[in-house]
Each structure stands twice: as structure tokens, then as C-alpha cells.
Design a protein around this ligand. Structure first.
Ligand SMILES: NC(=O)c1ccc[n+]([C@@H]2O[C@H](COP(=O)([O-])OP(=O)(O)OC[C@H]3O[C@@H](n4cnc5c(N)ncnc54)[C@H](OP(=O)(O)O)[C@@H]3O)[C@@H](O)[C@H]2O)c1
Length: 279
């Protein structure tokens, strides 16, 4: 049954759903289309893709085949590192739009802060936003230092910082900084790709709240005002991951999950960022 999910108001006045569907590695024949149709039927309205995921065509077909008009969806895509290095952000953006078969996206992100490039990439995103072909612009994998550098050269504060964030790496300091600057935090790999789901604290809380481990981990994030984009291609898990708005963890249990932090990075740094430093 379809339900309405909460949304946050971004610093540009646009609304972004708190929960979305991640589609990284949704690459099987028809897989991403089916995942999107299933997610939309369950009430999801946000889809998170990227040019580097090589599935924007399938995302476009999923959007076309799903049960709601495009205007009701919030579609995010991202500019990859090579386009930044080649100073071809406008070209990369247009190719993403063409693959998605859309005339605008809701959110366009700088996927990684490529050293020596990301300030000029941000200027390109500002122009794309001004042209009306993307509603909001933001960043991903930006640390505080990258954001501070951006603030020195631009008056436009990113609407979103999409960062790895989950119980094994809760990013408290960066999330607090973003909040203070008016930047919405969106957690990628919010399930740490499954790696914390069998940890004792999580399984005990799942038992206590009569929820699944994934729901406990996702609830931990949304309860802090952090948006989440869990990936699943499985209709039952897509539905499971959405049932996180009808219960609350106690302050003590939130603190218990805080104690799991070990700064564990589940998503690897892309090959083309290694050796060049991520700062
Ligand atoms: N900006 C960035 O640099 C960046 C980096 C990585 C990811 N992302 C975005 O964030 C999204 C989510 O991150 P992610 O895909 O890396 O990791 P994730 O969402 O933490 O985990 C996805 C994995 O968990 C499984 N899963 C999903 N729901 C489950 C459940 N309820 N119980 C048990 N297992 C479950 C999925 O398998 P099934 O599909 O079989 O269910 C998949 O193997 C991506 O898809 C992408 O859109 C962004």
C-alpha cells in the first residue's frame, strides 16, 4: 500500500523526500526499471542515480513506466570526476538528461570534490541551475574543508551534501556542520551495504522494537534529520526500508547506536581519486 513519506525543505525552498531509492549496481536486465516501479508503488518519490552507475537509461524507462507523473518525482543525478577534469560539466549534464529522457532533474550533485576542479564545477552547476534544467544543486563526499573553500568563492550554498553515513560511521561532526550551514545531509550506503545488520546492538534493538535490523539503522538516521537513500532491487526489501516513519527509538537506544561508530567506510574511494588525495 502506498504511503506518504515526509520531506525536508532545502535551503533553496524546494522540498526533498527524506527517503529515496538508491540504484547503484542496479544493472541487471530490466532491474532498475522494476525497482523504480515497485518503489513508486510503495510511496517512494526520490530516485538517486549518477552517470557513473551506467543505468540512467533504465532509470528513465522506470520513470516513464511508473504510476505517477514525472512532476511528482524527485530525480537526482551526479557529475562524474572525468567530466570535471575535462571541464565538460555542461556536456555531461546534457548527456545525463538525454539518457534519463527528462528535460530537468531535481538535484544535480558534484559526485566527488576532484582536487583543482570542484570550484569550477560548482560554477558550471550554478549556470545549469539558472537555466532551469535542474531545480537544486549540491555536493557529495565533501568534507568541511571542501565546503569552506566553496563558501570563499560562491554565494550559493549547496542544498545537499550526500555522504556515507550509517551506525558504523555516523559523521556527527560533519552532519552538525552541514546543519549549521543550512545544508541537508543525505546518507548514502545507509545500510553500510548490509555490514552492520548482524551486529548485536542492532539485532537486539530489532527484537526490542519488533522491527528489522535495516529499519533500526535507517530509523537511527532519519531520527537525526538525516535523509536516506537505501538501495534495493528486491520489492520486499524496498517496502521494508520504507516502514521507518511509524516508530521512534528512545534517546538511550540512539546513544547505544552512537557507540557503534568506528569510522568504517563501506564504499570505496573511486580509483580516479586515489593518489590525488580526496582533499
Ligand atoms: N555519492 C556517492 O558517492 C555514493 C556512493 C555510494 C552510493 N551512493 C548512493 O546511495 C545508494 C545506497 O548506497 P549503497 O547502494 O552503496 O548501499 P546500501 O543502500 O547501504 O546497501 C545496499 C545493499 O543492501 C541490500 N539491502 C537493501 N535493503 C536491505 C534490507 N532491508 N535488508 C538486508 N539487505 C538489504 C541490497 O541488496 P538488494 O538489492 O538485493 O536488496 C544491497 O546489496 C546507492 O544505491 C547510490 O544511489 C552514492
Amino acid at each position: 500500500m502506498s504511503q506518504k513519506f515526509p520531506a525536508v525543505t532545502l535551503n533553496d525552498g524546494k522540498q526533498m523526500p527524506v527517503l529515496g531509492l538508491g540504484v547503484y549496481k542496479s544493472l541487471g536486465e530490466g532491474e532498475v526499471e522494476r525497482a523504480i516501479v515497485s518503489a513508486v508503488n510503495q510511496g517512494y518519490r526520490l530516485i538517486d542515480t549518477a552517470s557513473v552507475y551506467k543505468n540512467e537509461d533504465g532509470v528513465g524507462r522506470g520513470i516513464m513506466n511508473c504510476s505517477v507523473p514525472r512532476e511528482e518525482l524527485f530525480v537526482t543525478t551526479k557529475v562524474w570526476n572525468n567530466a570535471q577534469r575535462m571541464n565538460d560539466v555542461e556536456g555531461a549534464f546534457q548527456r545525463s538528461l538525454d539518457r534519463l529522457k527528462l528535460d530537468y532533474v531535481d538535484l544535480y550533485l558534484i559526485h566527488w570534490p576532484v582536487p583543482g576542479c570542484y570550484l569550477q564545477t560548482w560554477k558550471a552547476l550554478e549556470k545549469i541551475q539558472a537555466s532551469g534544467r535542474c531545480r537544486s544543486i549540491g555536493v557529495s563526499n565533501f568534507e568541511e574543508t571542501h565546503l569552506q573553500t566553496l563558501f570563499e568563492t560562491s554565494g550559493i550554498v549547496p542544498a545537499v551534501n550526500q555522504i556515507e553515513c550509517h551506525p558504523l560511521w555516523n559523521r556527527k561532526t560533519l552532519a552538525a556542520y552541514c546543519r549549521q550551514q543550512g545544508i541537508a545531509v543525505q546518507a548514502y550506503a545507509p545500510l553500510a551495504r548490509g555490514l552492520y545488520l548482524n551486529r548485536e546492538i542492532i539485532t537486539q534493538l530489532a527484537e526490542k522494537y519488533q522491527r528489522t535490523p535495516a529499519q533500526i539503522g535507517l530509523r537511527y538516521l532519519v531520527q537525526q534529520g538525516i535523509c536516506v537513500i537505501p538501495k534495493s532491487s528486491n520489492p520486499a526489501r524496498i517496502a521494508e526500508n520504507a516502514r521507518i516513519f511509524d516508530f521512534a527509538l528512545s534517546d538511550l537506544d540512539m546513544a547505544l547506536i552512537d557507540s557503534m561508530d568506528e569510522q568504517f567506510r563501506s564504499a570505496s574511494i573511486p580509483d580516479d581519486m586515489i593518489g590525488q588525495g580526496v582533499h
